[in-house]
Design a binder for this molecule. Structure first.
Ligand code: C5P
Length: 415
């Protein structure tokens, strides 16, 4: 989807990453998107209004109390003339003000006055990002329907390492496109896991399973088709990356968990991957060799982290809707209901993968959806069709998006 003819109101708050907002403006303009920029007072310390003006080809707004600003365009109109309000970078300070509804300058007044969808790209020091206050503020904003992109993990300007780096401009651009896309999941972020994991024994051997990734990939594609921004964390598969989806390729369960954590926050998490339950405790650095005596090596296994249960217990960063899978060969209902409770998921999509069903690695699936309301058997269908049906149910549960959504509404609509 092209952004030609769309209008973004870009609020730049103060932080060392503010310079990246210039690159974001360039990407938006190149796609035909109109950009009006507003700088906080602190942002002016990092980028000049003149450089932003040159790139946006529009007047840059900076001060709520400028009479010229008010007479040319009142703050209400400024926020309403846009299709989307983007805060990039969003500092801990502006996020806190947004969560509290404080309006003490032009940018925060615009944010309180807007009736448009809002997307924030947080950027701050890792300790500020992990502080209980910021975590609670993010949860409040997300529950209100504010969309979030990033932050990324990496080295920071303050010489520390961790989460808090501003997402790269192409990722913010993709999130803007997702927020403006038509569809009931526009502005929502979906995290999907798919495929098997490979757990190394030595540099050439690994433990794996028969998962093809077809179901998880189809779910990622179906969610994207409904307008969601999708992060797909995929184990090694031979199916192609779905179009319009951000794919993170991983091999092991530990890498999959790290990639999932990195992708948070998300509105919905769908955990379709067949994660290996165990890994070799100490994978060999060199290829294990056959011994002349012929005795095979002994492999000591250790438990892998449960990705679904870990993300479902991620406190305020837990996705609003958590969907797990249960592949069973017997006592489907008992195992699925037990998993739903034990792993703290909202829904479990359960299927019988017993020998002869042809489901594991095949193109069709026959599932039962377990929710709080009970069990709902779905007819056998292609994995694409099952994915479309599940994506539709997710869109219904998340209430179609928009800035007026609240967590209460989402919870009430979840069957
Ligand atoms: O316990 P079991 O492996 O059957 O649970 C299946 C569900 O848990 C699936 O949604 C799967 O993706 C998830 N899972 C996980 N991490 C694991 C094991 C399972 O996310 N280590």
């Amino acid at each position: 989807m092209s952004l030609a003819g769309k209008r973004v109101l870009l609020i730049v708050s103060g932080g060392i990453a503010a310079y990246k907002a210039l690159e974001l403006v360039r990407l938006l303009r190149r796609d035909g998107c109109g950009v009006t920029a507003v700088l906080t007072q602190a942002a002016e310390q990092f980028v000049t209004p003149l450089s932003v003006q040159a790139l946006t080809e529009h007047r840059v707004y900076t001060n709520l109390f400028s009479l010229t600003d008010e007479s040319e365009m009142g703050h209400i109109q400024l926020s309403r003339a846009a299709d989307l309000v983007v805060v990039a970078p969003a500092t801990a300070n502006i996020l806190a003000k947004m969560a509290a509804g404080i309006a003490d300058d032009l940018p925060t007044t615009l944010l309180l006055a807007t009736d448009k969808r809002v997307l924030v790209a947080p950027a701050m020091n890792v300790r500020m990002w992990e502080h209980a206050a910021t975590v609670a503020n993010m949860a409040t904003l997300m529950a209100r329907g504010v969309a979030v992109v990033g932050p990324d993990e990496g080295a920071m300007a303050c010489n520390e390492y961790g989460f808090g780096r501003l997402a790269e401009p192409p990722s913010i651009f993709a999130a803007i496109r997702g927020s403006l896309a038509p569809g009931p999941l526009a502005g929502k972020h979906a995290l999907v896991t798919s495929g098997p994991t490979h757990e190394p024994i030595d540099p050439v051997r690994y433990i794996a399973n028969r998962s093809s990734g077809r179901q998880g990939h189809a779910i990622a594609a179906a969610l994207a088709a409904l307008g969601a921004r999708v992060t797909l964390v995929s184990g090694p598969v031979s199916v192609a990356d779905p179009a319009g989806v951000e794919v993170r390729h991983v091999e092991t369960a530990e890498q999959m968990l790290a990639a999932c954590r990195l992708a948070l926050p998300a509105d919905v998490g769908v955990f379709a991957a067949a994660v290996a339950d165990w890994r070799v405790a100490h994978a060999a650095d060199l290829k294990l060799k056959k011994t002349p005596a012929g005795s095979p090596p002994e492999l000591t296994l250790t438990q892998n982290p449960d990705i679904l249960a870990t993300i479902a217990a991620a406190g305020p960063l837990r996705p609003t809707l958590v969907v797990g899978f249960a592949a069973e060969t017997h006592d489907l209902r008992m195992h699925a209901e037990d998993k739903r409770r034990r792993k703290n998921c909202d829904w479990i999509v359960a299927n019988d993968v017993g020998a002869g069903t042809g489901i594991m690695g095949g193109t069709e699936n026959e599932v039962v959806l377990f929710t709080e309301a009970g069990a709902e058997p779905w007819p056998r269908a292609g994995k694409d069709e099952v994915a479309r049906r599940l994506a539709g149910r997710i869109a219904e549960a998340l209430g179609g998006g928009g800035p007026t959504n609240t967590g209460v509404e989402i919870a009430a609509r979840t069957p």
